[in-house]
Design a protein around this ligand. Structure first.
Ligand SMILES: N[C@@H](CCC(=O)N[C@@H](CS)C(=O)NCC(=O)O)C(=O)O
Length: 200
């Protein structure tokens, strides 16, 4: 059985749990004490030299870090990954978009505002990130105005990756009412088989 090393309220970790629930893959959860620095321990660094969760332990000798790599691994030959080369590349397109243009601006602002003792200390960082987060949401909204899901017009790990931090964006101060196509897509994701919320 897989073991997911994680922090429960992290969107990156939630992506992996959501995919495993929807694929019917059994797994155990191990909480990593990030505030206590457990990610820097020798034991954890043997699984991920980059000291971040999530990490999926696959066997005694193999562990896979990086949320979108974990999604890619889990989804191979499943309904969450399309088959044609172009559609698979489009999945990658949105996974890269999520990591480079979305998560660094939407997840980080949520973290500073919701999980730090004094968000005021991050005022300049928040001001720098929010326009870039708005741009990512606009890109998504424009795409979803003409598509039901992100890649190949069907539900895939591209939607899971983008759902994780989009549905919590308001915790960082983004107003999703400005993005009606994104809001409608969030509801569609929530109606897919086996969906579980981040708090499950
Ligand atoms: N690109 C990585 C990002 C992972 C990440 O930033 N994890 C955070 C929690 S969401 C973490 O472990 N932070 C602890 C640290 O950086 O010390 C992924 O998608 O898995």
């Amino acid at each position: 059985m897989y073991t997911l090393y994680e922090m429960a309220l992290s969107g990156n970790c939630y992506k992996c749990r959501l995919a495993m629930h929807q694929l019917g893959v059994p797994f155990e959860r191990v909480q990593v004490n990030l505030l206590g620095g457990e990610q820097y321990s020798d034991r954890f660094r043997r699984m991920n030299l980059n000291s971040k969760v999530p990490v999926l332990r696959i066997s005694d000798s193999e562990a896979l870090p990086e949320s979108n790599a974990i999604l890619f691994y889990l989804a191979e030959r499943s309904p969450l990954m399309p088959q044609s080369p172009l559609a698979r590349a489009q999945v990658m397109q949105w996974l890269f978009f999520e990591q480079y243009s979305h998560e660094p601006y939407i997840a980080t602002v949520r973290f500073w505002k919701k999980f730090t003792a004094n968000p005021e200390l991050y005022r300049a960082d928040i001001a720098r990130c929010m326009p870039k987060g708005e741009k990512a949401l606009k890109v998504m909204d424009d795409h979803l105005a003409h598509h039901v899901f992100f890649a190949d017009n069907r539900y895939s790990i591209a939607d899971i990756a983008l759902y994780a931090y989009t549905h919590t964006a308001e915790e960082g101060g983004y107003q999703l009412t400005r993005y009606p196509a994104v809001q409608a897509w969030l509801r569609r994701v929530e109606q897919t088989d086996g969906f579980v919320p981040i708090t499950a």
